[in-house]
Design a protein around this ligand. Structure first.
Ligand code: F6R
Length: 605
């Protein structure tokens, strides 16, 4: 999705804006641009394409690069096709604007402007914001008040940063789209995502919905939605600059798979003591009596986070003893869900900004349901909206394809299951939690043990156009997630299916051109049944890659993983599936970290 950067301070703004935009490339975009306030007014350079194209264009331009205040943007088209004209910033002679989100009432604003003889030149909703501010400036308001008047008119979701020709400060507005202000001595950074500015500061103010801010190099004034001056806390984000860099790996995705042991370790180590007690009392701000008495857990999430919920469902049910529903956010938001009396609503989101997860959360709150979230990005909307949040401590996930977030989410879901079970006085949850402590080193072992074989298999299989991913029991949601990984970065069609369901339809797809990846933990009878399914595939000339710790002679290839208890298998069995998708996409020459059409956090519906 779109990315915003802004800077005002003692240094030249251009380099900071461009490196910030490069840090945001992972979010997915189709055009990029910057505006600087220079001696001759506002100068803007923008282009369809990548930040590297913008850099070449700037090198050829006569842009005054000494400017110390400016804004930048990467656009992911919503209104109007990807083009240089539609790229941000959108500007007039007096003001330049970058915007994330959607202005839902831009048509009525346009009518208002048209009646005053002002019209848009681009297809974007954003241009109406620039024209509106310009209109109020011409009506003799100063920049701050022109911005206030404009923001009052906007409906929809937005993070906006505006730059003026005549005033030395930036104006910001945030509503349902993230915007943070980074603070350092004599300079102020603005971004839609902390990773863009983590190189320069660890201290951030997260604007809240409805906030408007006036920002210059050493003064930040924040106004609430009534435009009264207000205070927001400064939050320290301890992500290191290195975590947001590739660190010698070809792609963030591979680095993040290699980091999964560390991500899970960081997520669990301070939250489980040596006796297996789950130490979440301070973090879960929900009443313990309520937690002991919940009668249903409703998990809502999208994509990989949804699959994490689906994977953890049997563990949640086994340890809490209550029914768990796992629902897709984009469907749930239009569904009149029948909550039970003591229902816990559980949102899972890496970014914490996914609109299709955020909306059901808001709806649940309106219905008086207690809400808990599992989120990776601190101070994100979902984390703040929910009654309580447990953070995954995976560090920044830059690759669009989610990997370390998945295993870290599983780690929190498992801890939550054990925590509720321990509150209910069940002994077995202590032993299980102790086993979880051993998982990070097993994840590392799996990565080291399987990568060579996976590279060879990727070489053998990367030209196929269709794959089936099959699993039973706890391995079924892993098949879904494995198929999702393959399709999103390799653009190969892949379908995840419960292995036993194959004979009810998908078996018609099997032939020598459609390989199957079968995920099978040796637990009986599930293993034998999965092997019977392999027999069915073989007799139809289908090729099989088996992911298991137990060998079988009937498959073509095996990715052998270390032995692990059935309950904990997802942490281990998912690693080769992620690696296989990565190496296949690599051999196909794809843009792995920024796959086509995808965005890292989907903040619009
Ligand atoms: C898949 C992927 C997406 C996200 C989904 C939810 O690799 O990245 O399917 O999992 O968009 O995103 P979050 O977890 O940020 O809510």
């Amino acid at each position: 999705m779109c990315g915003i950067v802004g800077y005002t301070g003692k240094r030249k703004a251009l380099g900071i804006l461009l490196s910030g935009l490069q840090s945001l490339e992972y979010r997915g975009y189709d055009s990029a641009g910057i505006s600087l306030k220079t001696k001759s007014g506002i100068e803007t350079v923008k282009t369809k394409g990548k930040v590297i194209d913008l850099i070449s264009l700037i090198a050829e331009s006569r842009l005054d690069t000494s400017a110390k205040i400016g804004i930048g943007h990467t656009r992911w088209a919503t209104h109007g096709k990807p083009s240089t004209e539609n790229a941000h910033p959108h500007f007039t002679e007096a003001v330049s604007v970058v915007h994330n989100g959607i202005i839902e009432n831009y048509r009525s604003i346009e009518k208002f402007l048209n009646n005053k003889g002002i019209s848009r030149k681009t297809d974007t909703d954003t241009e109406t914001i620039a024209l509106l501010i310009d209109h109020y400036l011409k009506a003799s308001l100063d920049f701050k008040n022109a911005f206030f008047e404009s923001v009052k008119k906007l409906k929809g979701s937005f993070a906006i940063v505006a730059l003026s020709k005549d005033f030395d400060y930036l104006m910001l507005a945030k509503h349902e789209s993230p915007l943070v202000i980074g603070i350092s001595e004599g300079e102020t950074f603005i971004a839609s995502d902390v990773s863009a500015m983590i190189e320069y500061t660890n201290n951030f103010i997260f604007l809240e919905d409805g906030d408007v801010a006036l920002v210059d190099r050493d003064r930040i004034t924040i106004f609430n939605e009534k435009l009264e001056e207000t205070k927001r806390n400064t939050v320290q984000i301890n992500w290191s600059k290195e975590k947001a860099q590739k660190g010698g790996y070809k792609h963030f995705m591979l680095k993040e798979i290699a980091e999964e042991d560390e991500a899970v370790r960081n997520t669990i180590q301070s939250r489980i003591d040596e006796n297996g007690r789950i130490l979440l009392d301070d973090e879960i701000k929900l009443d313990k009596e309520f937690l002991k008495n919940i009668d249903r857990i409703t998990v809502v999430a999208c994509g990989t986070s949804f699959y994490a919920g689906l994977t953890a469902k049997p563990i949640l049910e086994k340890f809490t003893g209550v029914k768990v529903d796992v629902e897709i956010g984009s469907e749930f938001r239009y569904y009149d869900y029948l909550y039970s009396k003591n229902n816990l609503f559980l949102a899972i989101s890496q970014s914490g900004e996914t609109a299709d997860t955020k909306e059901p959360l808001k709806m649940a709150k309106k219905r008086g349901i207690k809400t808990l979230s599992i989120v990776n990005v601190k101070e994100s909307a979902i984390a703040r909206l929910s009654d309580s949040c447990i953070y995954t401590l995976a560090g920044p996930e830059i690759s669009v394809a989610s990997t370390k977030a998945f295993t870290s989410q599983l780690a929190v879901l498992f801890m939550l299951a054990f925590y509720i079970s321990q509150l209910k006085g069940k002994r077995e949850a202590f032993e299980a939690a102790k086993k979880l402590l051993k998982i990070p080193s097993l994840i590392k072992q799996t990565f080291d043990l399987t990568e060579k074989t996976i590279k060879e298999l990727a070489d053998k299989y990367y030209k196929y156009q269709n794959f089936l991913y099959l699993g039973r029991g706890i391995c079924f949601p892993l098949a879904l997630e494995g198929a999702l990984k393959l399709k999103e970065i390799s653009y190969i069609h892949a379908e995840g299916y419960p292995a036993g369901e194959m004979k009810h339809g998908p078996i018609a797809l099997i032939d020598e051109n459609t390989p199957s990846v079968v995920v099978a933990h040796p637990k009986e009878p599930l293993y034998s049944k999965s092997i019977s399914n392999c027999e069915e595939i073989k007799s139809r000339h289908g090729k099989i890659i088996l992911v298991s710790s137990r060998k079988s002679t009937i498959v073509d290839d095996i990715i052998e993983v270390p032995e692990v208890d059935y309950d904990f298998a997802p942490f281990i069995y998912i690693i080769p599936l992620q690696l296989f998708a990565y190496h296949v996409a690599y051999l196909r020459g794809n843009d792995i970290d920024q796959p086509r059409n995808l965005a890292k956090s989907v903040t619009v519906e």
